[in-house]
Design a binder for this molecule. Structure first.
Ligand SMILES: [Zn+2]
Length: 408
């Protein structure tokens, strides 16, 4: 039984939030002096907990259980988006610290220990999931040399701040038997359902398209309706078809978004000659994504063939879904039931480090509620009671996963 200390957990979370404190939130972007300072503080806490702790050359902070040859890896990230919340990433890292600390206090003699990690730049200031990708040896030097922030700052420059640290820590499949990541939900579903514990079924795949329509600009007052080549109207018809049919052909969890619609030249009295729509959809199942894509491309082709406007679709992003390991999800559900908590299974619509780790070792994620569903903003919050309850459940689940791994 791993007995966590709720007061110590909350105290560490609040201490971490002081690095880059911005009102009720935190501004601590990856590889900034504040981010490095926070990571050095974390390394200190990990060392106090009895782990072999350090920072590596890409900024990953890692604490290794020195008493075991195998370990469950628990963690998340401690960088934030600009003016972000205090829990996004931090929650999962401090849960890991608290659980490892409580576990070490029990003596932990089963031969399977707990390692803790805070990955660098999950939020993609320079390169999304840089730390977890580096840890999994899944990033190239060329990508690192090419990466820069939105404001043009180079990743290679930012990495000068950690250049004297040791070579990157790496995933060791012989050692790391599983990866567990707790995170705030960053959405409204747990709160709406009155549940405290979410079990992530998988991380959604994303397909994004730029759809372009070419027509002809004409006077909107003098050109009869049936003689127009209205590029805008073609895309609005497509949008209407998506709204009507995607709910029928997608899964219950499918989400989609028309994030941008542009009409050119863009005047009240000119028939649009060009229209551009940025459209994405997400689901945890590749088969579902394939069905949605096939329909979308059929509609685009039909629309273009029917004329008088040509319509084309170009895929701009394809991120495959990442499945989570059901057996570890079950361990979280059992642990939750022991505390009288009803769980909710839900996909993660956002990306997380587990998306990278899940491709290499058995992985699972657990969510706790976000008040009002708010995130990536300084208003992001979770009640203290939910924070502590989530850590208790995760600690119990980790105990179960350790027992299962030790028996192998
Ligand atoms: Zn996060």
């Amino acid at each position: 039984m791993i007995e966590i200390d709720g007061a110590r957990l909350l105290n560490d979370l609040r201490t971490l939030a002081n690095f880059g404190k911005a009102g009720t939130g935190v501004d601590r972007i990856a590889l900034s002096p504040l981010d490095i300072e926070a990571r050095r503080w974390l390394v200190g806490r990990l060392a106090e907990a009895g782990l072999e702790a350090g920072l590596d050359r890409v900024g990953n902070a890692y604490g290794r259980d020195p008493t075991t040859s195998r370990a469950i890896l628990i963690g998340s990230h401690t960088d934030t988006v600009p003016m972000g919340g205090w829990l996004d990433g931090a929650l999962g890292v401090i849960y890991a610290l608290e659980i490892a600390r409580a576990f070490r206090a029990t003596g932990g003699s089963s031969g399977v220990g707990i390692d803790v990690i805070s990955f660098e730049d999950e939020e993609g200031t320079y390169l999304p999931c840089l730390g977890s990708r580096s840890f999994c040896n899944d990033v190239t030097d060329a990508e690192i040399s090419a990466a820069q922030s939105k404001t043009g700052d180079r990743l290679s420059e930012a990495l000068m701040r950690t250049k004297d640290e040791p070579a990157p820590f790496r995933l060791d499949p012989a050692r790391h038997v599983a990866y567990l990541e707790a995170h705030i939900e960053q959405g409204p579903r747990l709160e709406a359902a009155g549940r405290r514990i979410g079990i992530v079924t998988g991380l959604v795949g994303i397909r994004r398209f730029r759809i372009l329509a070419h027509g002809q600009a004409d006077h909107a007052g003098t050109t009869p309706m049936d003689m127009r080549k209205d590029a805008g109207a073609a895309l609005f018809r497509l949008a209407s078809r998506i709204a009507t049919t995607f709910p029928k052909i997608g899964s219950a969890e499918t989400v989609w978004n028309i994030g941008s619609m542009t009409l050119r030249p863009g005047a009240a009295n000119v028939v649009p000659s060009e229209a551009e729509m940025v459209f994405e959809f997400r689901d945890t199942q590749t088969a579902t994504l394939d069905v949605l894509e096939r329909h979308l491309l059929e509609w685009v082709a039909e629309s273009s063939n029917a004329g008088p406007v040509t319509v084309t679709a170009q895929a701009t992003t394809r991120i495959p879904p990442t499945a989570m390991t059901p057996a570890i999800g079950d361990a979280i559900a059992t642990a939750a039931a022991d505390y009288g908590e009803q769980t909710m299974s839900l996909p993660s619509g956002a990306g997380h480090d587990a998306m990278v780790l899940g491709r290499f070792i058995p992985s699972a994620m657990m969510f706790v509620p976000s008040i009002g569903g708010r995130s990536h903003d300084i208003t992001e919050n979770t009640s203290d009671a939910d924070i502590v309850a989530g850590c208790r459940v995760l600690a119990s689940a980790v105990g179960r996963v350790i027992a299962t791994a030790a028996a192998r």
